[in-house]
Design a binder for this molecule. Structure first.
Ligand SMILES: [Fe+2]
Ligand SMILES: [Fe+2]
Length: 117
């Protein structure tokens, strides 16, 4: 899971790199296709792992993922409408959400897993 988190961080950095190069279109496409796909894969893997280890806070963690899934769908819909400012704030939001989610929420199933072994 930690490896997937690192990959996600790398992927978001890649979007910033593309934007700095002025390649807004490619940055958007990468975000819309690659990142959403990888994020969904990560959420699914994480949810399966939490069920496997019998993590007691599974439901609330799953709920947090579901809320974020909806948020992503909304952001992508707005991006499709071509709002570039929307893209910048979408990116900042995703970055901020992931960062605090990994550090605060994901951390808990890791602790549970280690203490239950
Ligand atoms: Fe995660
Ligand atoms: Fe998570």
């Amino acid at each position: 899971m930690d490896r997937q988190h690192r990959t996600l961080v790398d992927m978001i950095n890649r979007v910033y790199e593309l934007m700095e190069k002025g390649d807004l279109q490619q940055a958007k496409t990468y975000f819309r296709k690659e990142i959403t796909l990888y994020l969904e894969r990560h959420f699914t893997d994480e949810e399966r792992f939490m069920r496997e280890i019998g993590f007691p806070d599974y439901e609330s963690h799953k709920k947090a993922h579901d809320q974020f899934r909806r948020l992503m769908l909304n952001m992508i819909a707005k991006m499709e409408e071509g709002d570039d400012r929307e893209f910048g704030s979408a990116l900042a939001l995703v970055w901020g959400w992931l960062y605090s989610h990994i550090l605060k929420v994901d951390k808990k199933y890791g602790e549970f897993f280690r203490s239950s072994r």
